[in-house]
Design a protein. Structure first.
Ligand code: FMN
Length: 353
C-alpha cells in the first residue's frame, strides 16, 4: 500500500484523493472525510457517507462537561454505530482538565480511536462560553489543552481550527499545536468573522500547509465531486473534509472517488435513487432514535435530498406536516409517481450536479 503521511502530496492530478493515507496513526482507505456537523452527522448520516466512500466520518461535536455529567442525550450522541471503524469523536470545551477527562471517557467507554478538539465553532453561545472559535484568541490555552489531552489518552489527538478569529493566525497556531502534541489538524479555510458567503480561502490554507509540521486536513467549499481533488492539489493538504457538500448528497464521496479513478464522476443520482436513499436515512434514524425524532429530522434532511429536483418544493412543504414514517414514505414515493408527468423525466436521470 502506498502510504503518504508527509507533506507535499503532488501525485498525478486527482488520483491522489483515492489513495490511502495514514493520518496521525489512523489508517484511512482514502483522503475523503465527512465533517462534524451538529444536528446532522449522527449515526444514520455517518453510515450513509461511509457507505458512499468517505474514509472517516466525524460525529457532531459533544460537550466535555455534558459527557462528564452523564447527560443522557450527550452519551447517546457519543456512541458509534455497530461496526463503525474508525470511530472518532470531537469534543467541545475550554478547560484542559475536563477535556482530558472527557477524552479518556470517550476512548475507554466508546472506543474512540482519535479525539478531536473543536477550536472553530463560531456559534455565539459557544464563543461566549470561551469554547470553539474563542480558543483561537488564546494559543497558549490551545497548547495546554492539546498537551493535557494527549497525555491522558493512548490515541491521536487532533484539532479543528479556522484560519483565525479576524486575522489569519493558523500557520503559527498549527506549529504551536504540533509542539503540544497534535497528531494532525483540520483547517476550515475561513476566519471566525467570515460567513459562508465569503469563499473559503484556499490560498491561505496552502500557506498553512506549506509550513505545517503535521498533516493538514483541508476544509471549506468542497461542494462538488471535482472540488475534492482540486483542494488537495491546490493546497497540498493531506486529506479533504466535506461539510455542506454532503448534506442530502452522500453521493459526493463515491463520485469524487470515481472521478479520481476513471476521470469521470458518473451521472448524478436520479430522483428514484435520491428518494430511496432518503427513505433509508429515515429508516436508519427511526431505528436509532425512534419514529417521532426521525420524522422531525427528515424535515431538514428531506429538504436537502430534494434540492434541485423538479417540482420538489410542494413535497418539501408537505414534509413539514408529516407525522409518521408511513406518511413520509407515501409522500416521497408519491412524488416519484407524479414526476414523469410534471417534468417528462421520470425516476431516471435528472439531478443537480
Ligand atoms: C449544520 C452544520 C453544523 C456544523 N457543526 C460543526 C461541529 O459540530 N463541529 C465543527 O467542528 N464544525 C461544525 N461545522 C462546520 C463544518 O464542519 C465545516 O467546517 C464547514 O461547514 C465548512 O466546510 P464546508 O464548506 O465543506 O461546508 C458545522 C457546519 C454545518 C453546516
Amino acid at each position: 500500500m502506498n502510504l503518504d503521511s508527509g507533506r507535499g502530496n503532488r501525485g498525478p492530478a486527482s488520483a491522489l484523493i483515492a489513495a490511502p493515507i495514514e493520518l496521525g496513526g489512523l489508517l484511512l482507505a482514502n483522503r475523503l472525510v465527512s465533517a462534524p456537523m451538529a444536528g446532522v452527522s449522527d449515526r444514520a448520516f455517518r453510515r450513509l457517507v461511509r457507505e458512499s466512500g468517505a474514509a472517516l466520518a466525524f460525529p457532531e461535536m459533544v460537550s466535555d462537561k455534558a459527557l462528564l455529567f452523564g447527560n443522557e442525550k450527550t452519551q447517546a450522541m457519543a456512541r458509534p454505530y455497530p461496526g463503525e471503524d474508525p470511530f472518532v469523536l470531537q469534543l467541545l470545551g475550554r478547560e484542559p482538565d475536563t477535556l482530558a477527562a472527557a477524552a479518556r471517557l470517550v476512548v475507554e467507554r466508546f472506543g474512540a480511536r482519535m479525539v478531536d478538539v473543536n477550536m472553530g465553532c463560531p456559534a455565539p453561545k459557544v464563543v461566549r462560553n470561551g469554547e470553539g472559535a474563542a480558543l483561537l484568541r488564546d494559543p497558549s490555552l490551545c497548547a495546554a489543552i492539546i498537551e493535557r489531552v494527549s497525555r491522558v489518552v493512548p490515541v491521536p489527538v487532533s484539532c479543528k481550527i479556522r484560519l483565525g478569529w479576524e486575522e489569519p493566525i493558523a500557520a503559527r497556531l498549527v506549529k504551536t499545536l504540533a509542539e503540544a502534541g497534535a497528531a494532525f489538524v483540520t483547517v476550515h479555510a475561513r476566519l471566525k468573522t467570515d460567513s459562508y458567503s465569503t469563499p473559503a480561502d484556499w490560498s491561505a490554507l496552502a500557506e498553512v500547509v506549506a509550513s505545517s509540521p503535521i498533516p493538514v486536513v483541508g476544509n471549506g467549499d468542497v461542494l462538488r465531486p471535482g472540488d475534492a481533488s482540486r483542494l488537495l492539489l491546490e493546497t497540498g493538504c493531506q486529506a479533504v473534509m466535506v461539510g455542506r457538500g454532503c448534506l442530502g448528497n452522500p453521493w459526493i464521496f463515491e463520485r469524487a472517488l470515481r472521478l479520481a479513478r476513471t476521470g469521470d464522476p458518473g451521472p448524478p443520482p436520479g430522483p428514484s435513487e435520491v428518494v430511496e436513499t432518503a427513505l433509508r436515512h429515515l429508516a436508519l434514524t427511526a431505528a436509532d432514535k425512534g419514529e417521532p425524532r426521525a420524522v422531525l429530522e427528515m424535515r431538514k434532511h428531506g429538504a436537502w435530498y430534494l434540492r434541485g429536483l423538479p417540482g420538489a418544493s410542494a413535497v418539501r412543504a408537505s414534509l413539514m406536516r408529516a407525522r409518521t414514517v408511513a406518511e413520509v414514505t407515501a409522500l416521497l414515493r408519491g412524488y416519484l409517481e407524479i414526476l414523469p408527468r410534471e417534468s417528462g423525466l421520470g425516476g431516471g436521470r435528472f439531478r443537480r450536479d
